[in-house]
Design a protein around this ligand. Structure first.
Ligand SMILES: NC(=O)c1ccc[n+]([C@@H]2O[C@H](COP(=O)([O-])OP(=O)(O)OC[C@H]3O[C@@H](n4cnc5c(N)ncnc54)[C@H](O)[C@@H]3O)[C@@H](O)[C@H]2O)c1
Length: 303
């Protein structure tokens, strides 16, 4: 099966460098017309320059692809609307949205200014929401869309110094989990990728040797994004962890749990003495939506 995106219009936010640039270049190489968005700032979200978005566009065009630059800010409603409008103006529509733009303001929570928290939520979570909100009506009307959001192991599993980033990145998963319920009937699918790659965001992390760093290039993540952005992808609501040589679905699951007879008293002591069973993940399972989880939790009452 060959994955082609001919005739499709894609927007990749934050595509002036790092992972987004690799995504934009691969989508274009597979035939998509790509809007390369990037406000061109520093990793902490300050500054701004038109250069990076135009540089990616130049590289795509030099390789024989089609692309247009956009330098709007995903973290404002007007900026997000303007990004989607750029796609409509340049290429007539939008079929694919990759919500990739991101910043970091790492600090341990007790040292973190709330403005650092809000800035990170603003770009990652609200940027994803604003761009999706602007693109979604176009996708619904045409009954076709592929939305790829970028989450992080920091949100899925937690990471020291990243309460703001982790909250934003898991917020994106919550956003996806509900939007997938609404969008599937219109052939609009939304999935998440949790990448790990050598970019300016991760340089200097003590976790990696130089050798490891040389393998985890953005180009090894881009094929996952290209697949999720294609017609070949018919799943929605998946989270795919991706790094060099490793591609795996991640999922939120719930334990089988502990039950007391319905109507009987429950005390903190009963919870304490059964906490091992409550927290036993041996038979944990995922649920496709909240209704199915409620049915399982309240099975004795509902049957
Ligand atoms: N590098 C990793 O290992 C890793 C791991 C997990 C998640 N991610 C996520 O992948 C995405 C890309 O990160 P990266 O590592 O390539 O970092 P990067 O800093 O190289 O790329 C982020 C890009 O987003 C742009 N950007 C930031 N704020 C913007 C805004 N408000 N509007 C428009 N553009 C904006 C930046 O200018 C930059 O080019 C981010 O969402 C990041 O959180 C990266």
């Amino acid at each position: 099966m060959s994955i082609r995106l001919d005739g499709k219009v894609a927007i990749v936010t934050g595509a002036g460098g790092g992972l987004g640039k690799a995504y934009a270049k691969l989508l274009a190489a597979r035939g998509a017309k790509v809007v390369v968005n990037d406000f061109g700032g520093k990793t902490d979200g300050t500054g701004g320059s038109q250069g990076p978005a135009h540089q990616t566009v130049d590289e795509i065009i030099a390789a024989g692809g089609e692309a247009a630059a956009d330098v709007n800010n995903v973290a404002t409603q007007d900026g997000a609307k303007a990004i989607i409008q750029s796609a409509i103006d340049a290429f007539g529509t939008v079929d694919i949205l990759v919500n990739n733009a991101g910043i970091l303001r790492d600090k341990s929570f007790h040292k973190m200014e709330l403005s650092d928290f809000e800035a990170v939520i603003g770009v990652h979570l609200m940027g994803t929401v604003y761009c999706t909100h602007a693109a979604y009506p176009v996708m619904r009307d045409k009954e076709y869309g592929r939305i790829v959001c970028i989450t992080s192991g920091s949100g899925l599993f937690g990471n020291f110094g990243q309460t703001n980033y982790g909250a934003a990145k898991l917020g994106i998963v919550g956003f996806m989990n509900s939007l997938k319920q609404e969008a599937s009937a219109k052939n609009v699918f939304i999935n998440c990728v949790a990448p790990l790659a050598a970019t300016r965001m991760t340089e200097g992390l003590p976790l990696f040797s130089e050798e490891a760093f040389s393998y985890i290039k953005p180009e090894v993540i881009a094929p996952v994004v290209a697949y999720l952005a294609s017609e070949a992808c018919t799943s929605s609501g998946d989270i795919i962890s991706a790094t060099a040589g490793y591609y795996a679905k991640a999922q939120i699951v719930e334990a089988e749990g502990f039950r007391v007879p319905l109507g009987s008293d429950v005390t903190p002591e009963i919870i304490a003495s059964n906490f091992g069973t409550i927290a036993d993940m041996e038979a944990a399972r995922p649920y496709p939506n909240l209704v199915e989880e409620i049915k399982a939790a309240l099975a004795p009452v509902m049957s």
